[in-house]
Structures are given as C-alpha cells and as structure tokens.
Design a protein around this ligand. Structure first.
Ligand code: 4AD
Ligand code: MG
Length: 454
C-alpha cells in the first residue's frame, strides 16, 4: 500500500477506509483505553491526530513511541471532533525507530542558538520545516520568473581563476597533498591557481552576449571574515544578465523580480506563510503587501549621501561623498528616510569593480543596489562597460592580469553590446519574505566563520 503524505491526508475530500501514514511523533498522550499521537511527516506544518485503541496490533510498543520516534500506521481517515477536519483511527501501528530521552527536541520552546547547534535535527521543528519548505518554493518561483521571460538558466563554474568582484575575498582550491605534483602551493589546481567563485557574472556575461537573456542560480563563496546576521561564506546567488539592456532596464528587472517573489509569498497557501506572520514577524504580511504595491524609490548615490549628511543622524561611520555606504547608512535610507525599498544608482567609480560602465561625468559608474527595510542590500548590479578602450584602461589601472581577462575582453572585441545584470542573494530574499532575521536560520547548513562541521 502506498504511503499518503500527511498534508494530503488532511486535505482529503472524503473519508478513507484504508490509509497508510508514516512520520515522526511530536507528542503522545495515553488514557487507559487508547492513546492520542500527534504525527508529523514534514510535508506541512500540520500534524495529524492519531487515535490508537489499546490492544490494536503494535500497541504493545506504545511505551516506546515517544517524542521523536518514527512510526508507520495503517488505519481509517475519519472526521475529527477536534480542530482539524480529519484524524486517523488506527488499525495497526508499527514502531520504526525509537528516540530515547536524549532526543534533543523534546516538546518545549528552543532558542535559535541551540537549534543551530543541532542543524541536523532542526528541520523537524515547525520553524525550520517551514523555512526549508519555503526555501524550496522560493527557488521554484525564481526559476518561474526567469523561465516565463525567456531567460536561459546557465550553470557557471564554481571553480574559477578570476576574482569577479576584485575584492580578494576568494577561497583557494587546493589538493590534499599539494606538494605531490606541484611545488607551488598557490598553483595546485593542476599547476594553476584556482578559487571558489564569488560570482558567476563574468561567465554569465559571455552567455548573455550569445543567448540574449540568461540567469545563473547557484552557490557562491566569499572569504570575508564578517560575523553578521546577513553574511555567509557560502550562499546562493541569482544573477540575470541581459544583452541590449541599460541601467534603467536593469533596475526595472530587479524591482519586478523582487515584487514577483513577494507576491508569490503573499499568495502562498501552504500555511507556512501564516506561521511566519504569527510567530516570526507579526507585521510581515502588511510589509510585503506594501512592497508589492508601491514603486521602489530610485535615488542616486550622490542624493543619498546628501540625505544622510543633512539627516543630522549620528552614524558610527562618517558620511562623505566617495565612501562605501555601510549597513547603518543603507538601513537609515530604507527604514527611516524613505520607509520603502530603494534602488540606489550611479556610485563612485573608485569603490566599484572594473567591469561597471563609466558615466559621462567621468567619476561615477552605472552601479545599482536595491535596499530593503530590515536587511539593507538585497540586490547589487550594474550596466557593464561595453567599450573596449575604457575596459582595457580599467584593467591596466587596477593592475589586473590582462591575459587572464582576455576572454572577457573578447566580448568587447567581437560584436560588443550594451548589457546589464545583477546579483540577488537568495538567502537575503528568503529572510526578507519570511521575516527570519539571521542568515544562519535560512541556510540548511550555514557556513560562517568558524562553522563548517555539519
Ligand atoms: O553585491 P555583490 O557582491 O555583487 C556581485 O557579486 C555581482 N557580480 C552581481 C552581478 O552584478 N551579477 O553580491 C550580490 C548580492 C548582494 O546584493 C547580496 O544580496 C548577496 O549577493 N551577498 C551575500 N549574501 C550572503 N552572504 C554574503 N557574504 C553575501 N555577499 C553578497
Ligand atoms: Mg554589493
């Protein structure tokens, strides 16, 4: 007999004489004549109530059917007098795996810190079950958005020789025995230096300059030693790249993308969204509705600096034209000043990577960042420098290895076109739509400084 997932059992239109459900016990209560079990299989937040009369086959093990134990149950799906529509009257019950008293998820509240220390078990809690199911549905929505718009999903390499962002925040790829085939530690990818990618953008650009609209969606790595609630050493990034597109088109695409994901969550019928609104962030639905309904503010970097200076607000890091905006500045703009998502654009060239397009003023580039309340930067992108001479000047000025970038420069030699794209941090998007405030709690196995055991 095939197993019915508990989510489907609870949504059944009719009673059923024969049903098989399997899962993990959340709680059990006994009386003389029968036991009640709350059974969950992770397919939704809801547990189904199981009623087992004393004496049914398997009941002899009832004492071992404790919180966390796994069981397999044949029975009838019948109307429930309780808050749910259905419950199961057991015909037979089989203990599959016991969970002794040392099972860490006994029925009580647990702090996020404690749950992070048992990452391998925390998906069995309501919060993390909801987060990881939502992660999967949000990833599917990312693909839907781009696939519906004729974007081609490109799998860019994770091992690369180029530092896209030029920030030197790369993990080196090495072998277990680097000295065996190579004398130089720094070149032990078969005699070459190689790193884990910080971004698939450069390879993505080559594909957009052939296929028109592409996106990447995969893991990226940053060796920045920042212990914050929004940085991880390994995170997933979505990077669309569009040929024949300028900064304006890029900002439109980013705004439509964020709004699409937000609307997807507002329409979500799984019950997980209701859980986030009730237990994680009571203002979540209202905030997301506002994001879905209002155009994002667009503000140049220069105007933003002006606003920050005139605000009279005491920032830890002083504001002046040319600085890299810090999280406190970004959050002031989106949370206090505009009270809305903001797209900042035209940043100083000196603080941005070599590939961004130089504006006519000779000092700013066509960079843009989308900032949202509660998180700050969620998207970063730009129109790319398509002019061969200016790109070459940048490469020389920054002392980059010309030969290593020759393939990238070829795009400007052969049929160069204006093009633009952005990178959106998948975990930051997930935090934004769930209200979860720590990036460690939206990654199944977060990799942050000092944490990679499991
Ligand atoms: O702003 P970033 O560094 O931009 C790029 O990598 C460009 N190559 C993207 C492009 O134009 N194709 O990163 C893009 C986004 C950020 O806005 C942020 O949401 C996320 O990636 N991000 C991180 N998320 C989690 N942990 C980190 N350490 C992150 N660093 C960036
Ligand atoms: Mg950025």
């Amino acid at each position: 007999m095939t197993r019915t997932l508990i989510k489907h059992a609870l949504a059944s239109e009719t009673a059923m004489d024969n049903i098989l459900v399997e899962g993990w016990i959340r709680t059990r209560r006994d009386s003389k004549a029968f036991s009640f079990i709350e059974l969950n299989d992770g397919t939704s937040l809801a547990s189904i109530q199981i009623v087992a009369d004393a004496g049914i086959p398997g009941y002899e093990d009832i004492g071992k059917m404790t919180t966390g134990a796994s069981v397999s149950i044949h029975g009838k799906l019948i109307p429930s007098p309780g808050k749910q529509k259905w419950e199961i009257q057991v015909a037979s019950i089989r203990l599959v795996g016991t969970a002794p008293d040392s099972y860490p998820l006994q029925k009580k509240g647990h702090s996020p810190e404690f749950l992070r220390s048992i990452a391998h078990l925390r998906a069995r809690t309501n919060l993390f079950g909801a987060v990881f199911r939502t992660r999967s549905r949000l990833a599917a929505a990312v693909h839907r958005f781009f696939q519906e718009r004729d974007f081609v999903w490109i799998h860019t390499p994770l091992i690369t020789a180029s530092d896209c962002e030029g920030a030197g925040e790369m993990f080196r790829v090495t072998t277990l025995d680097p000295l065996a085939n190579n004398k130089n530690h720094e070149e032990d990818f078969f005699g070459k230096a190689a790193y884990l990618t910080v971004s698939g953008q450069l390879e993505g650009e080559t594909m957009a300059c052939a296929l028109s609209n592409i996106y990447t969606f995969g893991p990226t790595f940053r060796a920045e030693n920042s212990n914050t609630t929004r940085h991880a050493a390994e995170f997933w990034m979505i990077e669309p790249e569009v040929a024949f597109c300028d900064l304006e088109g890029d900002m439109d695409l980013a705004e439509n993308f964020v709004k699409y994901l937000v609307r997807t969550m507002l329409d979500d019928q799984s019950g997980d969204m209701d859980f986030f609104c009730q237990f994680v962030d009571k203002g979540l639905r209202e905030r997301l509705q506002h994001v879905a309904d209002t155009p994002f503010v667009r503000c140049s970097y220069t105007e933003a600096v002006d606003i920050l200076i005139k605000s009279g607000h005491k920032f830890d890091y002083p504001v002046s034209w040319g600085i890299n905006l810090q999280s406190e500045h970004e959050r002031y703009l989106t949370e206090e000043h505009f009270k809305s998502p903001v797209t900042l654009y035209n940043y100083p060239a000196a603080i941005k990577p070599f590939y961004m397009r130089l504006n006519d003023d000779g000092k700013t580039v066509t960079a843009m960042d989308v900032l949202v309340p509660g998180i700050g930067e969620i998207v970063g992108g730009s129109q790319r420098e398509e002019r061969l001479d200016i790109l070459m000047d940048n490469i020389k000025r920054l002392g980059l290895n010309e030969e290593a970038y020759s393939w990238y420069v070829d795009l400007r030699r052969f049929g160069s076109v204006p093009h633009a794209g952005f990178g959106a941090g998948f975990e930051r998007l997930l935090m934004f739509v769930t209200g979860v405030t720590n990036i460690r709690d939206v990654l199944p196995y977060p990799r942050t400084p000092g944490h990679c055991e499991y």
